[in-house]
Design a protein around this ligand. Sequence first.
Ligand SMILES: [Zn+2]
Ligand SMILES: [Zn+2]
Ligand SMILES: [Zn+2]
Length: 357
Amino acid sequence: MMSDTIDVLTTCLCGRSNFTTTIPHSSLPMPGHFCHCTSCRRIHGALSAFHAPWSAPPSSAIEKLAKYKSSERVTQYFCPTCGAHMLDSSPLEGSLEHNWTIATPLVQGAENIFEYKEHIYIEDTKDGGTSDFVRSYNGTPLLRWAGRDGESEQLPPYWDTTKDLRARPEAHDPSGKVKCLCHCGGIEFYLHRPNIKVSPEADFGLPDKWFDVATNRYIVEACGCDSCRLDSGADIMPWIFVPPSRFSLPDGSPLPEDRMFGTMKHYRSSENVSRNFCGWCGATVFYMNDERTEWDLAVGLIDAESGARAEEWLEWNTVVVSYAKLAYNKKMLEAWQHGYKAWEERKHHKGIVSDYE
Ligand SMILES: [Zn+2]
Ligand SMILES: [Zn+2]
Ligand SMILES: [Zn+2]
């Protein structure tokens, strides 16, 4: 006879943090959502959190996780070795119980366990963030809450309050810099314009696909690989590829070569790869492959005036999701790729995808 329940494993990148949850078949699929609040962005380093309500994990698992209070009510739990954000909790009003939320991409079999229903806190992004890349999931359009679900207004697709700002000439000043920071502020530094003039190869030995020379912006490539997923807690993780000379500390000095400053911790995720995260709040910060010279920066840390997509600094490569073939949740990949396409078409030929304008 088929069991009424299934046991699902949740695990981080290094595997040291993990626990099993028993779920009744009758509760599947469970509703997932994307949280675009500024806290989730700075805590994950991704543009949103991928979340779902969850039952209380075993206390033996919780004890091993690093804890960070991201607000008066909310506590975040991440793996102290690899930095993967696994859970958050907040006290349930009038009870000793807690509300638990899980980072859905860390749950094994997530594709068949969760059905994503909504975006929340889109207003925090100022430009819509990645809510425009995941317009619908498994064929169903997602709800788009400005703030809390059920308590705020719905924002239309392609809601964006900062279009004009990106067109201003100072938004492309070659001497400009933008602050990057994690949630706790233990990691803070500046990103400078790429300023690649003629041949990127001549400058840094880097492929020019990582810079838009004409607009002096970095090109964002989102990654669908397993190790980015388990490190960041995001199914699709956006990165930019930056020569170390384009970073500075708040006092103007260069970042240390080993990338260890402030509250930074480091995890060697494979023979050639180091991943840096904030040891205090767990934010994903850098990916570094020893065979390359540039450092990959988690886009969610960029504090751009225009909002989460930071379009005065970044050009989104909407053609490619790297390691798409390896993407763990194919429904999520498909949703993202579909949203990319629609967003790009709309940008270049206004009117093709015109839900609200
Ligand atoms: Zn871990
Ligand atoms: Zn949030
Ligand atoms: Zn931090």
